[in-house]
Design a protein around this ligand. Structure first.
Ligand code: ASP
Length: 326
């Protein structure tokens, strides 16, 4: 009965009732896809898969994760910006949503107007890591080694607009040296090469590096958070080691295409909030150094506010650095 009433949108409107399309009411009736802008197994992928697993139950449906790497995360963002606005194709992205508008001369989407934000997810610090046999005993030594040998040092990143790229730019600017960038489709393959010694240095989220630091497969020299991390109490902050400008947190959020029906957005927000309150998910994030946003920021409005503020914050910094991609 209710279904029949819901289907009859025109009839309901004629009676002055607020009636939602059946598709929005019944959402989801098929699997939802989270599009991840970087390679599988990396930090953004880990955040997306952890959230997806915790959201399935409250959403009442399956969530598939699809990796669509390339161009520093802009290919995936463009894909979701153009997707049908029905809630079935969503984007998990990070700080890149706010830096790419300044870094790319041409973007086929607008980070603000082409998306319907769903929720902030978490904030993740970066670690400055090297291959295991990098010849520096601490961060101070690393700074002077890099300054003396800049022309020989390779710096991995996940493409222009990736968090690793941004943090790498900040590091090079703080050290006043240019290193040789080596782009990957994500920092999961970059980490493999770092462990293999094919590349020297990288900035990457703790969600990717924690395990490998603990097992000694890579070396951590500094963290980019304001305070030291409970997971690595012996690793100093960049700030306390003389690079105060190197402070950055990589925030992640979930987005739908603009125009997604409100009933669908509301269901996604509610499911995400339930998932983010899940002790299992909170424990997993905490073990990886990620800080989950509080409930009052798990909203579309909080994402919109953060996105606007971060775009405004990064624009002058990126313009000053003079780095652009086409
Ligand atoms: N950590 C990567 C970045 O630099 C992305 C990834 O592979 O998830 O943005």
């Amino acid at each position: 009965m209710i279904k029949n009433l819901v289907v009859s949108v025109a009839a309901g409107a004629a009676l002055g009732l607020t009636v939602l399309p059946a598709a929005a009411q019944e959402f989801p009736t098929k699997p939802v896809t989270f599009v991840v802008p970087f390679a599988a197994g990396g930090p953004t992928d880990i955040v997306a898969r952890s959230l997806a697993a915790a959201m399935e139950k409250p959403l009442g449906g399956t969530i598939i994760v699809e990796n669509k790497p390339g161009a520093g995360g802009t290919i995936a963002a463009a894909d979701v910006a153009r997707a049908t606005a029905d809630g079935y194709r969503l984007l998990v992205h990070h700080i890149g949503m706010s830096t790419q508008p300044s870094l790319y001369r041409k973007l086929s989407y607008n980070s603000i107007t082409d998306f319907q934000p769903i929720t902030l997810i978490n904030d993740v610090p970066m670690t400055i890591v090297t291959k295991a046999d990098f010849p520096a005993k601490d961060f101070k030594e690393l700074i002077s080694y890099v300054q003396k040998n800049a022309d020989k040092i390779t710096l991995a990143n996940a493409g222009i607009g990736a968090a690793s790229h941004l943090c790498g730019l900040m590091l090079m600017s703080a050290l006043d040296r240019q290193l040789t960038p080596v782009p990957y489709k994500g920092t999961a393959p970059a980490l493999t090469d770092l462990m293999g010694g094919q590349v020297d240095l990288m900035c990457d989220q703790t969600t990717n590096t924690t395990q490998q630091i603990k097992s000694g497969k890579i070396k951590a020299y500094a963290v980019t958070s304001a305070e030291r991390l409970a997971t690595f109490p012996d690793v100093p902050t960049a700030k306390e080691s003389g690079l105060p400008s190197l402070q950055i947190g990589i925030w992640h959020a979930l987005y739908a295409p603009k125009g997604t029906p409100k009933a669908v957005v509301d269901k996604l927000v509610a499911a995400a909030q339930t998932a983010l309150a899940d002790p299992g998910l909170q424990k997993r994030f905490a073990e990886l150094g990620a800080v989950t946003y509080p409930k009052d920021q798990q909203t579309p409005e909080a994402v919109a506010t953060k996105l606007k503020a971060e775009i405004a914050q990064w624009e002058p910094i990126i313009k000053k650095a003079g780095v652009y991609a086409d």
